[in-house]
Design a protein around this ligand. Structure first.
Ligand SMILES: Cc1cc2nc3c(=O)[nH]c(=O)nc-3n(C[C@H](O)[C@H](O)[C@H](O)COP(=O)(O)OP(=O)(O)OC[C@H]3O[C@@H](n4cnc5c(N)ncnc54)[C@H](O)[C@@H]3O)c2cc1C
Length: 393
């Protein structure tokens, strides 16, 4: 198994010794405990519960959850490094950590009541509860101000009605973060966030078939007059859009970090191949056109990593909303991951698409990261609006 280029790189130059140690130990864990099994889970279309179970004892289920709730939080940059290193080996395991921490735990920490924190966070940190974010609907995932899933006030709680699609981890989740609208006419001002127990009556979960990531078991989740009690409300009624904004801000950070890991992986697989494979009596890595691809892959990975680490440092400096920087990191890192997978496949020639080599699998998995937490089009629109002064952080 190639270990890739040296760990001490440009964007890492001022990591603390603790952060370097986290990187080394997560990389070692992922290479030893996860990598040998990923392909088998994908072929068997099996959700990797056994691999996920290995995360909590190492503190990897709650890197954004403070110690007083049983988590292992040290800083946001370290959390990004964890996501990067897990994603370098497995999209799904990294996604579990990213959804659990960025979308669920961070929202509960920022907007939840003390009772909600005490109820959910320790169980999430111990890995007893996995989370899903139920945001996207059949009619659209980008325009989240135009939700069709409704929440109606009833005695003691709410009744939810509607359908969510593409929901990662849903079949195994013990917590759904759900957004619904109390008043469709109010668009984003009617959006309300809930912490929902998936075992509540009226919630149906079915398979949502995909061409890729079959080990992720994406789901369609239907709410059919599903009752959720008052305690499920996250934040205030009709104040769910800021909850969503804050969750997606942190979500974009961890997705971008995962994309850096995927970009690095394509590179790590391509370098030894280019140094080994021969054509016309020489190593293909000696051909300038192959070298150009390697150079582009290195530059994309390092540029994306620099944007992601800067964003992590901004958050560690106490800047809660860095939405423009989050969009920049997510856009550049997700497109880097896709382009690196494409270049990696090209370097491998036909073997890039053979079942024997991992790099082919990375392509659609990287492409999926161009959608989650906002598409490239959405991020270009947001970045331009911030730059033009049409939108404020
Ligand atoms: C593997 C995978 C896992 C996922 N996991 C989850 C999950 O766990 N939870 C969840 O809620 N969702 C999840 N999603 C869904 C994802 O968040 C959505 O696919 C994404 O938000 C885009 O929504 P959509 O697919 O409905 O596309 P649409 O919103 O229908 O957009 C279609 C196209 O139009 C473009 N577009 C839309 N609006 C504009 C605009 N204003 N300007 C320019 N272009 C525009 C989009 O960029 C896109 O190219 C997942 C998706 C994938 C692929």
């Amino acid at each position: 198994m190639p270990t890739g280029p040296p760990l001490e790189r440009g964007a890492d130059f001022d990591l603390s010794e603790e952060q370097r140690q986290v990187r080394r130990s997560v990389r070692e864990f992922a290479e030893k405990e996860i990598a040998p099994h990923v392909e088998r889970y994908e072929q068997e279309e099996r959700y990797p519960l056994e691999l996920i179970a290995k995360l909590a004892p190492l503190g990897l289920m709650g890197p954004m959850i403070p110690e007083r709730y049983g988590g292992s939080f040290s800083d946001v940059l370290t959390y990004g490094i964890i996501c990067e290193e897990l994603a370098r080996i497995d999209w799904v395991v990294a996604s579990v950590v990213s959804v659990q921490n960025s979308l669920a735990a961070s929202s509960i920490l920022r907007f939840g009541s003390e009772a909600q924190k005490d109820h959910w966070l320790p169980r999430m940190a111990r890995g007893e509860v996995l989370s899903s974010a139920c945001l996207t609907e059949p009619d659209g995932g980008t325009d989240l101000g135009n939700l069709r899933t409704t929440a109606a006030r009833v005695a003691g709680g709410y009744r939810l009605n509607g359908t969510k699609v593409f929901i990662s981890h849903a079949a195994h989740a013990g917590l759904f973060v759900v957004v619904a609208t109390l008043d469709r006419a109010k668009k984003h001002k009617g959006v309300t966030a809930f912490l929902v127990d998936p075992d509540n009556p009226g919630i149906e979960i079915s398979n949502f078939p995909m061409r890729t990531l079959k080990r992720d078991n994406l789901a369609e989740v239907r709410f059919i007059d599903a009752f959720v009690p008052d305690e499920s409300l996250l934040g205030e009624e009709q104040k769910g859009f800021p909850v969503l904004g804050s969750a997606l801000d942190m979500g974009r950070y961890s997705v971008a970090a995962r994309c850096v890991g995927q970009s690095q992986r394509s590179l790590d697989l391509s370098i030894p191949y280019a140094l080994d494979r021969e054509a016309f009596g020489q190593k293909i890595g000696e051909f300038q056109m192959i070298q150009q691809k390697i150079a582009d892959m290195v530059c994309r990975t390092e540029s994306a990593r620099a944007l992601v680490y800067r964003l992590g440092r901004m958050k560690d400096a106490g800047i809660e909303r860095a939405s423009m920087e989050a969009s920049m990191a997510k856009l550049m890192a997700s497109e880097a991951a896709t382009k690196n997978a494409l270049d990696g496949i090209q370097i491998h020639g036909g073997y890039g698409l053979s079942a024997e080599y991992e790099v082919g699998r990375l392509l659609l998995e990287a492409k999926a990261l161009e959608f989650g937490e906002g598409t490239s089009e959405l991020h270009r629109k947001l970045i331009a609006e911030y730059a033009l002064g049409l939108r404020k952080q």
